[in-house]
Design a protein around this ligand. Sequence first.
Ligand SMILES: Cc1cc2nc3c(=O)[nH]c(=O)nc-3n(C[C@H](O)[C@H](O)[C@H](O)COP(=O)(O)OP(=O)(O)OC[C@H]3O[C@@H](n4cnc5c(N)ncnc54)[C@H](O)[C@@H]3O)c2cc1C
Length: 438
Amino acid sequence: MSRTTDVIVVGSGLGGLMAALAAARQGREVRIISEGTGCLAIGTGCVDLLGYAPDGASVEDPWAAMTELAPAHPYSLLGAEKVRAGLDALTETTAKHGLVLRPASRDGKPCNTRVPTIMGTLKPTYLMPDTFEPDDLGKAKRVLVASVMGFRDCRPALVIDQLRRYPDWAGKEYFPCLIPTPFDDAHRALNALDLARAAERPGGSEWLIGSLKERAEGCDLVLMPPICGRHAGSPLTRELREALGCPVVEMLSIPPGVGGLRIRDALMRELAALGVELVENANVIGAGVAEGKCLSLDISSTGRSYSTKARAYVLATGGILGGGVLLEPGRAIERVFGLDLALPADVADWTEPEIFGNQAVSKVGVRVDDKLRPLDANGALALENVFFAGRTLAAHDPAVEKSGYGVAVATGWQAGLAAAELAGAARHTGEAATGGEQ
Ligand SMILES: Cc1cc2nc3c(=O)[nH]c(=O)nc-3n(C[C@H](O)[C@H](O)[C@H](O)COP(=O)(O)OP(=O)(O)OC[C@H]3O[C@@H](n4cnc5c(N)ncnc54)[C@H](O)[C@@H]3O)c2cc1C
């Protein structure tokens, strides 16, 4: 059994990292325990807040649309001001590490915008890296669509065909191009992360600029995959923009998530500076619980089992994909505490044929109160010193409503603050009882 810490956060996805940041900023001692990296490793660098309303309508103002969500939705439980506090904490932190994230604006109000993907589709999102300037996309008339030889995920001809289907993009003139690979002998298909790493090596900037300079002549926009560096604050996109003399926009990519890894990089640097401990490859397999409180967590890591304790806990273990929710024949359970999660009794009702329809199984998760503490099947508080955050929460469907990082950031931040407050009070009570020895 290791020493008691103030706050243990389980999970190092965006929800867990934001919770750890919030608690550490309150001066608490924080330990993150995580089995894997979470969805930032496969996501883009754009933060979806709320792209579609429950009736499927496209949302322009996510703040207004948020007020129409069901009462159990994580945004409704928190309220817009707390959601905003989480986003502000994220943008302030990433900016400190060179990654400026900001929304587009219309009539002076922040709004959603649609950004191109490497499939040539347009995806609604809220916060984008400041290298995206929506006006640049709208105004451009001659667009170079670039990719790299040996990189199969992005085919300029396909991107162009797809983009032409959108009225705002149909009237532009397009120029497809493949630049040479930076690898002499790649023995496998390249992905965006390989290329982003290569771009950061000595000579990487020269490779990109040298390959694109002539081809971009006469163009007023370059679209390319997200390969301008793997780290937050990489200067490559700006260097490229300056050298080519026109806007350069990295399209959103399929996994691996170079954009998501840049956000992770900024947050990890900040957490390291705050002294947050990260225990990786550690699987929380159970918990000691008594009288409605979590007393300890059981960990299995590299063949070793042990318990660890904190004054308060944040569970940001992701949904079915992240590993926080298990589906078993006929039931769904939260993995660490074994909480039973509500789903229709008949398995046939868990899904429906329309893939982006109202899939009950997508909304399965832990039901919580407005402090993000778990509720039991009767709606009563199940654990008073545990807070849940992110994809593991019930009543939202990030894939359909486009709210993934938004929910993770907002609930992670609030769960971290709540855990910090509780841990502070528990530490105070413990110190008073023991004369300072705990
Ligand atoms: C392919 C893909 C792309 C996406 N792209 C975007 C995007 O561009 N923008 C956007 O806004 N949203 C996107 N999303 C949605 C978004 O990624 C998620 O909704 C959000 O990141 C969830 O964050 P999380 O921290 O709640 O969970 P996760 O990121 O899933 O993290 C869960 C963490 O918990 C750990 N864990 C789980 N169980 C245990 C255990 N028992 N013990 C220890 N650790 C445990 C996992 O290892 C992991 O670290 C995307 C989703 C997918 C699948």
